[in-house]
Design a protein around this ligand. Structure first.
Ligand code: AMP
Ligand code: MG
Length: 391
């Protein structure tokens, strides 16, 4: 059995960004990952721009100016401006080349076509210099950046219309278990509702993975081999839930062996999620997650999500980690590292009740997981705890 750190290292070592690069319209690019640095095709702003409604001034050594004209936003003109002269100007308008400053209209008095200032203006005040935000040819956004609404707007201000992005990986979820029925049907004795598919689907969607399909298989060897063969052939990533433990009806491990996948590791010294399995088959990535609902989701956040983000070309693949002060007590029973469902509020972290791997209630209320390394056995109030912040 390997440690959490070894498992994280192995998933990282065996993962490369393998996604195809495609060009798509900027307007359709939300949530995608840039596959190339984007250089700004223009200076932004493209000309000296007025930041205020007011007056462009021909000098800064006077307090009285004669009004000689007007420039509004979009006017393609660059009128002459001498010492002692001012031009009416509006926000976003090109500032005349000879202007030394723009004064806000609230700060002047107008008497007989004369503009009168209370104080001397500062050189270049209220003027946005050409290229102030970004200069032509410099990098506007780098490869690996996720495109946000603001990112789309920013690239649009630079005139960008298309972006090179990594194609999103196709993902199959396979839920195993005879006892599982979809919500909506009546439960017979011995049955439970299947929840891991929708949990994983939600977690994937939340992180921008939209190309996902769910499958279901009974605890039966031949059927398991057949569905796993199909999904490994057809998808980039396969996430299997359940059937990876040591029970007589856990067929996932045997089926994957029969399909000649390359096992990278099986079993991690952690709670929940000990029977986690990670494998490759050529460019394909396979995780078999323990079926207990909290184990599956915990393994997803700790191992699967960073792996998927790396495959998809993200420059930042890890969930945000932080530390916080405990307002709970907790004692660990075994030697394994633990991931505990927790809630951070007002800079304190509470370890929630109901940590069993079969329970999802605490996860549904959690906004973080506390990571307790193998060597920590007790948590006291006031201890500093390592946290993984949930997305
Ligand atoms: P397994 O890993 O298949 O031994 O399953 C461990 C526990 O998780 C069992 O109690 C299963 O009934 C439960 N379980 C497995 N898969 C799911 C699922 N997809 N949805 C909800 N519970 C599950
Ligand atoms: Mg099972």
């Amino acid at each position: 059995m390997i440690s959490v750190q070894e498992a994280l290292q192995l998933t990282n070592t065996y993962t490369k960004c393998t996604q195809k690069i495609i060009n798509i319209p900027l307007s359709e690019s939300l949530g995608n990952v840039l596959a190339k640095d984007i250089e700004s095709p223009i200076n932004m702003p493209p000309f000296r721009q007025s930041a205020m409604d007011g007056y462009a001034l021909g000098s800064i050594e006077e307090k009285t100016f004669t009004l000689v004209g007007e420039v509004k936003a979009g006017d393609p003109k660059d009128p002459n401006l001498n010492k002692g002269e001012a031009i009416r100007i509006f926000t976003g308008a090109p500032v005349p080349s000879e202007a030394k400053a723009v004064i806000m209209q609230e700060k002047v008095q107008i008497v007989n076509e004369q503009i009168i200032l209370e104080e001397f203006p500062l050189l270049n005040s209220n003027i946005r210099p050409k290229g102030e935000q970004i200069k032509k040819g410099t990098i506007a956004l780098s490869k690996g950046t996720v495109i946000t609404p603001a990112g789309i707007g920013y690239l649009a201000t630079l005139g960008v219309t298309n972006v090179a992005i990594y194609q999103k990986p196709s993902i199959a979820i396979v839920a195993t278990g005879n006892e599982l029925v979809p919500p909506g049907q009546d439960l017979k004795y011995g049955q439970i509702y299947e929840s891991n598919s929708v949990t994983l689907l939600g977690a994937l969607t939340k992180s921008g993975f939209t190309n996902v399909e769910c499958h279901k298989v009974e605890d039966e060897y031949t059927a398991t081999v057949s569905i796993l063969k199909k999904v490994i052939d057809e998808y980039d990533i396969v996430l299997i839930s359940g059937g990876i433990s040591v029970g007589d009806y856990d067929f996932v491990g045997k089926a994957l062996t029969a399909l000649n996948v390359e096992e990278v590791f099986y079993k991690v010294k952690q709670k929940p999620g000990k029977p986690l399995y990670f494998a490759k088959k050529e460019s394909k990535t396979i995780f078999a997650l323990p079926g207990n609902p909290a184990s599956a989701l915990s393994c997803f956040y700790v191992y699967v999500l960073p792996t998927l983000l790396k495959i998809s070309g993200h420059s930042n693949c890890n969930l945000r980690r932080s530390t916080s002060i405990s307002d709970s007590v907790y004692s660990k029973k075994g030697q394994r590292a633990e991931f505990l469902k927790a809630r951070i509020e007002n800079e304190k972290v509470t370890i929630l009740d109901g940590q069993a791997s079969s329970m999802l209630r605490s996860f549904a209320l959690a906004n973080a997981m506390v990571y307790l390394p193998e060597e920590v056995s007790e948590v006291k109030v006031g201890d500093s705890l390592q946290l993984i912040n949930l997305p």
